[in-house]
Write a protein that binds this ligand. Structure first.
Ligand code: BJW
Ligand code: ZN
Length: 248
């Protein structure tokens, strides 16, 4: 692994330091150092299936028990993980900026909230919540084990994870708040995402179109890297704390 590139960190700090409004987009990579597998890296398969084959409404219609096994495993796994220094660096950044800070996450693991981040927009939903496919009631079930085919307490309809699958719309109000935050930010920080899943990846173009500086932190170049101002190549658990330290 390349050592922290001081030049890139200095350039990133120069962009971030004067910013009054900062938006952050995170992906699975920020939780990798907490021990959670990313979707598309090595080990990103589940029982030989790609996420694209499990995380779709069609997969749930075809075999809801298989899909629930996938999500129950991931829910149970949350008991074994904790936020890492990358999550904590974003808490420090929010403390520095106050209401000028918005954290848009594609992650469903709840680790930003567990770390202490407050203004978090979960654009792909949350693993702890379930939603009834009939009455649409959403409840927080924590990480308690659920049946392979859990049912709604109110109407006995089938429950599904309250996450966003491929071909589904993102929660409208949450998405709109994310777009607003990115449109009005001075600096946009993109962390640990392959930037191939839309519309989330489109936020990078929104930021650029509105003239924000864009900083990316990733272990390796992503689909977004050619469109950013500074690329911090390295683990976010190291790069983000170093970046925040340079702001002081
Ligand atoms: C580290 C690190 C370390 C590792 N430090 N870094 C426009 C163009 C093309 C396609 C589309 C388009 N608009 C819509 C689409 C279709 C589709 C899509 O984008 N498909 C693409 C795959 C091509 N999008 C949708 O369907 C979306 N809905 C939608 O658009 O609705 C309108 C519509 C209606 C009808 C028909 C069509 C459209 C919904 C997308 C929902 C995504 N859902 C998932 C599952 C969530 C629930 C769950 O968790 O199970 O969200 S899929 C999965 O991918 C998950 C993630 O949030 C998302 C993004 O993945 P992420 O976070 O980037 O992870 P990885 O694994 O890809 O990358 C990890 C990165 O970390 C890597 O870069 C590593 O290098 C890095 N890394 N360790 C720093 N230590
Ligand atoms: Zn119901």
């Amino acid at each position: 692994m390349a050592p922290a590139d001081d030049d890139a960190l200095d350039r990133a700090a120069r962009l971030l330091r004067p910013a009054k409004r900062v938006a952050v987009l995170t992906g699975a990579g920020i939780s990798a150092e907490s021990g959670l597998a990313t979707f598309r890296g090595a080990g990103g398969l589940w029982e030989g299936q790609r996420v694209e084959d499990v995380a779709t409404p069609r997969a749930f219609e075809r075999d809801p028990a298989l899909v629930w096994r996938f999500y129950n495993l991931r829910r149970a796994n949350l008991a074994t993980v904790a936020p890492n220094p990358g999550h904590l660096a974003l808490v420090a950044l929010e403390q520095r900026l106050g209401p000028g800070f918005t954290l848009v996450t594609q992650n469903v693991d709840g680790l930003h909230q567990a770390a202490g981040s407050r203004n978090v927009l979960e654009i792909h939903g949350g693993l702890r919540r379930v939603r009834c496919v009939v009455c649409e009631r959403v409840t927080d079930r924590g990480i308690e084990p659920l049946a392979d085919l859990p049912r709604c307490e109110k109407c006995d309809g089938m429950l599904r994870p309250d996450v966003v699958w491929f071909e589904e719309a993102l929660p409208e109000d949450v998405w709109q708040r994310a777009v607003d935050a990115v449109q009005t930010c001075d600096c946009f920080l993109v962390v640990g995402t392959s930037a191939i899943v839309y519309p989330a990846a489109g936020l990078i173009d929104v930021a650029r179109m509105e003239g924000a500086d864009v900083i990316e932190a990733n272990l390796q170049p992503s689909a977004a890297s050619s469109r950013v101002d500074v690329l911090l190549l390295g683990p976010s658990g190291t790069m983000l704390p170093e970046l925040i330290k340079k702001l002081e």
